[in-house]
Design a protein around this ligand. Structure first.
Ligand code: SF4
Ligand code: SF4
Length: 316
């Protein structure tokens, strides 16, 4: 599989990055053993880059997969921590739970925030910079859905890597259009940032247009890697073959993941937390006063699931 260097960092990664979000409790909620098997299969299939997050709760299977295969991939993780102390705790948690002594990329996890994230969370950012100077993390990044944050990151010397959301439908992009996001990513590229892309399949909602979505992303010419969430060995195999430019994909189980985020309306207590947390405007109250998710707006990020006090939001 093609490998690229992430911007000016010197970190080499495969064009395909294993996205750990969907196998974890925010989405498919596979067991640690099942998840570890899938990660191990991905590593043995040649993927050298794994993206996770404190919030995804998938450190244990990554640790188990490294132990089983003896392969240490490039690992990117992230935290929504705001203060120095909270970020330090997040860092220690990542090192400890993955059984590693350094982290390749640590992002400010900033999916839903505005460009003032760099001021509001300056303590957390300073912690990342200090740990980078100690060699415990190799690169500092930001993961975001917001065009304005990508534009701001392009101008900052302290950000090495940007992990932006983009897809051909523009689904889930905030603070601008798909075209503006493309321009912002290009600006990051010109300024030497490492770029890897998230949600090129719209969080799974564009799977029926897999080839078109991937072609769109791979033609962007301003990325080093593309993170794709995977929840089975079949999906790993399909993606690896696709990124190896193999042509016999008809023989492989076609990825047709029909999962969606749903509200169990009987359990909904109409607290509004899902409406508040979702930056895509997908949940709203229906005529009964219960929450309902508009599937055309949902990118299946799963961020609303832990916010629901009634455990009424599920991936079905
Ligand atoms: S409804 Fe939930 S899963 Fe869907 S985009 Fe909003 S926060 Fe993400
Ligand atoms: S967070 Fe849960 S309980 Fe609150 S409105 Fe949404 S679905 Fe209903």
């Amino acid at each position: 599989m093609k490998k690229n260097i992430l911007g000016n960092t010197g970190i080499e990664v495969t064009e395909l990055c294993f996205g750990a979000l969907p196998m974890g409790p925010l989405q498919k909620d596979l067991s640690v053993e099942e998840s570890a098997e899938i990660v191990a299969y991905a590593l043995k299939s040649g993927i050298t880059f794994v993206d996770t997050a404190q919030m995804y709760k998938t450190y244990s299977p990554i640790k188990a997969a490294i132990k089983e295969t003896g392969i240490r991939p490039v690992i990117a993780t992230k935290s929504t921590a705001a203060s120095y102390e909270e970020m330090e705790e997040a860092m220690e948690e990542a090192l400890d739970e993955m059984g590693i002594d350094y982290i390749d990329i640590f992002h400010l996890h900033a999916a839903k925030v505005n460009p003032d994230v760099f001021d509001i969370r300056k303590g957390a950012l300073q912690c990342l910079l200090d740990y980078k100077s100690k060699g415990i993390i190799k690169a500092v990044g930001i993961s975001t859905h917001n065009v304005k944050v990508v534009e701001a990151a392009a101008e900052r010397q302290d950000i090495d890597i940007v992990f932006p959301l983009i897809n051909k439908a523009g689904r889930g992009i905030v603070g601008g259009t798909e075209e503006e996001m493309r321009a912002a990513i290009s600006m990051c590229r010109q300024n030497g940032k490492g770029i890897y892309l998230m949600k090129v399949l719209g969080g799974g909602t564009l799977l029926d247009e897999y080839s078109e979505c991937m072609e769109y992303a791979r033609n962007l010419d301003c990325y080093d890697s593309i993170a794709v969430g995977m929840v089975s060995k079949e999906e790993v195999l399909y993606n690896v073959k696709y990124f190896n430019n193999e042509k016999d994909l008809d023989d492989i189980i076609k990825i047709k993941n029909k999962k969606s985020i749903q509200v169990l309306q009987g359990a909904c207590i109409s607290c509004g937390k899902c409406i508040e947390v979702c930056h895509n405007g997908a949940p709203s109250y229906d005529h009964t006063g219960k929450s309902y998710i508009d599937q055309s707006k949902c990118i299946q990020c799963g961020y609303c699931i832990p916010e629901c006090p009634a455990f009424a939001i599920r991936m079905a």
